[in-house]
Design a protein around this ligand. Structure first.
Ligand code: CMC
Length: 382
């Protein structure tokens, strides 16, 4: 038996420095480039937070205007990307659709680079690619939901900022300010969270000097899983299964007896509550009030208090964001694609950081397979 100390799931392992964000489970705080996330969510448009993550500082008025102008230039769904989306079966998971669209955008952008040695790009090119992806994703996500509902593409509106335009392209209606504000807050809360599984995936891919799009496509694959981004979708399935606050007790009896994980609870880093939850819960409360849905509040509160008192495990961001996205009108299957549109800012900030001080990420493993053995009949060359 080896004495190697295996860190299964890399739990508790610090792999590198980052200046993008700081998670402090002791004080239950999350800072983006030094700013508490709840302060950013309360005061900033998502575009300003994207600028902060990429460049390290909140934008001046001129910088914000420039980023917004650039974002508007790349909002419309590219016709070839639309064709690619339409090749994805309607009953495929929308995460596969977004992954495919980003993959095509990357292949086209990198066409002509000739060699893998040219594909990685320089920091300026990669920042420009990050902004284009950030701008292009809402149309991809919005059109995906619309085509599954048998609805036509809605063209972007130049008079709307990022969050309002995202909702416009999804629903084809001018969104209410309360809804835009709650959605904007959710995008900021989802934007970044240090070395989570998808961000780490993006950094691993970048560490081989591969290109930004390959890193984002790989990150989308990691985010799809229900232990990570897929949890916001899974939370809504649970809400639908339970149906009414009065069913929480019996539902939990059965779920816990069958050792089922209750999605939207627990976190690898936070053990006493996810720092993003109070801000998202407040945004959910505004939506509950706006849509007149006290039943959602009752189910939320009942499941939270019952699960926390039985297991001592607290909700994570996906617990309030799942019902919030449902109230806004997103289909359950669209929740994790919306998460992509937010997290692409954090992923690309980490890709830029990894590329700027790269070391190939290549851990070790402890072998526990069969002892050395030999192929029958093999004779070594003389
Ligand atoms: N429901 C039931 N039991 C749970 C849950 C849960 N949601 N979370 C943790 N536990 C139990 C788990 O069964 C285990 O019990 P035991 O020691 O008796 O086997 C113990 O708590 C430790 O759990 P773990 O899964 O080994 O711990 P981890 O640090 O690997 O877990 C987690 C982190 C997020 C994978 C886990 O809490 C989980 O599966 N939660 C549900 C999925 C979810 O909501 N994911 C979103 C995470 S936050 C957003 C994001 O990053 O995308």
């Amino acid at each position: 038996m080896s004495m190697t100390d295996i860190k299964k799931g890399l739990a508790g392992v610090t792999v590198d420095y980052t200046a993008v964000s700081k998670v402090n489970p002791e004080t239950n705080s999350l800072l983006y480039r030094g700013y508490p996330v709840q302060e950013l969510a309360a005061t900033q448009p998502f575009e300003a937070v994207a600028h902060l993550l990429w460049k390290g500082e909140l934008p001046t008025d001129e910088e914000l205007a420039a980023l917004r102008a650039e974002e508007r230039l790349h909002r419309a769904l590219d016709p070839d990307v639309r064709t690619a989306i339409e090749l994805v079966p309607l009953d495929a998971h929308p995460m596969d659709e977004v992954r495919t669209a980003v993959s095509l955008l990357g292949a086209r952008d990198l066409a002509g680079t000739g060699s893998v040695l040219d594909a990685g790009g320089n920091p300026e090119e990669n920042l420009a690619r990050s902004i284009r992806l950030f701008a292009a994703l809402p149309a991809i996500v919005a059109y995906g939901q619309r085509r599954r509902r048998g609805q036509d593409l809605v063209e972007p509106r130049d008079d709307l900022d990022y969050a309002a335009n995202f909702l416009w392209m999804t629903f084809g209606e001018e969104p209410d300010d309360i809804v835009v504000d709650a959605f904007n807050r959710s995008m900021i809360l989802y934007a970044e969270h240090s070395f989570n599984a998808s961000t780490f995936t993006a950094r691993v891919v970048t560490s081989t000097l591969s290109d930004l799009y390959s890193a984002v496509v790989a990150a989308i694959g990691a985010l799809k899983g229900p232990l990570h981004g897929g949890a916001n979708e899974a939370v809504l399935h649970i809400f639908n299964e339970i149906g009414d606050a009065s069913n929480v007790g019996p539902w939990l009896d059965e779920a816990l007896a069958s050792k089922r994980k209750v999605m939207g609870f627990g976190h690898r880093v936070y053990k006493r509550g996810d720092s993003r939850v109070p801000t998202m819960k407040a945004a959910l409360d505004t939506l509950i009030e706006h849509y007149g849905r006290p039943d959602v509040a009752a189910l939320y509160d009942a499941l939270e208090s019952e699960f926390v008192s039985r297991k001592g495990i607290y909700p994570n961001l996906d617990f309030p964001s799942g019902p919030a996205y449902n109230l806004i009108g997103f289909d359950t299957l669209t929740f994790t694609p919306v998460f992509i549109a937010a997290r692409v800012t954090g992923w690309t900030a980490h890709i830029l950081e990894q590329a700027a001080s790269n070391a190939l990420i290549r851990p070790l493993s402890e072998y526990n397979g069969p002892k050395e053995r030999h192929v029958e009949g093999y004779v070594a060359d003389a």
